[in-house]
Ligand binder design. Structure first.
Ligand code: SF4
Ligand code: SF4
Length: 201
């Protein structure tokens, strides 16, 4: 993954004509947090391990939300590159649930069919959930296979580019070729979570 230049550092003026001034309020209701209390102190972005790879960073997304710039927030790479570590929330002086906000924005991006800011990461989420749906837990080998299938198709080089590392991991007992499944009622309980929540995109 390449580092990203920050969009806020661009000299281009921000176009406010499509601003949705209820956006921050709507997010706040669902994520249970008050975005308007954000001080733009940048502590969240300062502590975020993924900040170099994001187009706005968590503080930038807070600003976009407060300004009502919904499209910019929902199409950003930031919402997909967040790894949900909650470091941002832990350092925020205003106790804003930033990771919860980014979760909500990912969901909104899918629900409202906005272009996905980072398609391969979206496909990784899909591959992970496909594996969990079928086995009740994720299978790493299956996850890798599905991710390749969803993102790069059938080019022979692409399929074998991780073969060396994969073989090493199998030999070290870090990867198991056959998926392990949840036993008993566990699997049906996990599948119930997916009923009504599974969307194709
Ligand atoms: S740490 Fe909190 S107050 Fe500071 S910019 Fe981030 S969200 Fe806003
Ligand atoms: S939860 Fe996301 S935005 Fe917050 S610090 Fe971790 S990666 Fe960055």
């Amino acid at each position: 993954m390449d580092k990203e230049e920050k969009k806020f550092s661009s000299a281009e003026p921000i176009n406010m004509s499509d601003s949705d001034l209820n956006f921050a309020k709507d997010i706040g209701k669902v994520a249970g947090t008050d975005l308007n209390s954000c001080l733009t102190c940048m502590s969240c972005s300062g502590g975020c391990p993924m900040y170099p790879y994001m187009d706005y960073g968590p503080h930038g997304i807070m600003r976009l939300a407060v300004l009502g710039l919904k499209k910019e927030a929902l199409t950003s790479t930031t919402i997909w590159r967040c790894v949900g570590c909650h470091t941002c929330a832990a350092v925020c002086p205003m106790a804003i649930n930033i990771a919860g906000v980014l979760d909500y924005l990912r969901e909104q991006c899918i629900n409202e069919k906005y272009p996905i800011g980072d398609k391969p990461i979206f496909e990784f989420h899909k591959a992970f959930l496909t594996s969990v749906r079928f086995h009740g837990r994720s299978s790493k080998v299956e996850l890798m296979g599905l991710h390749k299938l969803f993102t790069i198709g059938g080019g022979p080089f692409a399929w074998f580019q991780d073969a060396y590392l994969g073989t090493k991991m199998i030999l070290m007992g870090k990867l198991h070729l056959l998926p392990s499944r949840l036993m008993g009622s566990g699997i049906s309980q996990v599948r119930k979570i997916f009923i009504g929540a599974w969307r194709d995109r």
